[in-house]
Design a protein around this ligand. Structure first.
Ligand code: ADP
Ligand code: MG
Length: 243
């Protein structure tokens, strides 16, 4: 359903993604792990052209985009098929929780305001934030802000949700509620591509774990295989450091 082929990204002379091939089935949850600086964020950002890949092809459902020749319409189509949850929430500071969730529904999806608001209020209930509809990000805890960030991604109804270390900017006390919300998203059979350092969560939620190092996929498999019987020495070293 989602196919990434030969995805390549350079920053100057540095090759950050070195020909990534990855397929993700509908409803599948894939967790990406690996040392920092290894290209995990860049991979997610290239999937929806927040960073423009230098080469490769990305196909999501009926959309198939060759990075080397992608035009505006291709990029817009990919952005519509994906939803991104950022490490630092990425909320509009001058919009309420409700306004943040409505934003993409109104501007990208061109839904009527009343319909967008109704959908956003539904999402606020699902994320346990119904009483925070009118609160601005600065008055919300980190955990609440990230729940708004996830709610915004949920509202879009994207084919693929991309999570880039959604809990790593949070104080420890807020991590649990964000992981709980991600669990409930997973229960809807939403297709998810997640970068995280939460290894216990990865083991629990992932259908497949992908280990990246040096801009390449070094090893991948079901969580039990990756965590309990890692093969590559780089993966074994990484796991020894993080667990
Ligand atoms: P990870 O998410 O695995 O920690 P990143 O994808 O953020 O890694 O970064 C991979 C490499 O690309 C790092 O060496 C980083 O410094 C570099 N990099 C990321 N974004 C940029 C950028 N906009 N300009 C230059 N180098 C970048
Ligand atoms: Mg990163």
């Amino acid at each position: 359903m989602i196919r990434i082929e030969g995805l390549t990204k350079r920053f100057g002379a540095t090759t950050v993604l070195d020909g990534i091939d990855l397929q993700i089935g509908r409803g599948e949850r894939v967790v990406v792990i690996g040392p920092s600086g290894t290209g995990k964020s860049t991979l997610l950002r290239c999937v929806n052209f927040l960073d423009r890949p230098d080469a490769g092809r990305i196909s999501i459902g009926a959309i198939s985009v060759d990075a080397a020749r992608a035009g505006r319409a291709d990029i817009l189509a990919l952005r519509r098929a994906t939803a991104f949850v950022f490490q630092n929430y990425g909320l509009f500071a001058n919009r309420s929780a409700l306004g943040n969730i409505m934003e993409a529904l109104v501007t990208v999806q061109k839904r009527p305001r009343a319909e967008a608001e109704a959908r956003a209020r539904e999402i606020l209930s699902e994320t346990g934030l119904a009483d925070k509809a009118d609160s601005y990000p600065a008055s919300l805890s980190g955990g609440q802000q990230q729940r708004v960030g996830i709610g915004r991604a949920m509202a879009i109804g994207a084919d693929l949700m991309l999570f880039d270390e959604p809990t790593s900017a949070l104080d420890p006390e807020w991590v649990g509620e964000v992981l709980d919300l991600m669990r409930s998203v997973a229960q809807t059979r939403q297709t998810m591509l997640i970068v995280t350092h939460e290894m216990r969560f990865a083991r629990e939620i992932a259908d497949r774990v992908v280990f990246m190092d040096g801009g390449r996929i070094v090893e991948q498999g079901p969580p039990a295989r990756i965590f309990d019987a890692p093969r590559d020495a780089r993966l074994r070293r990484f796991l020894a450091r993080v667990s």
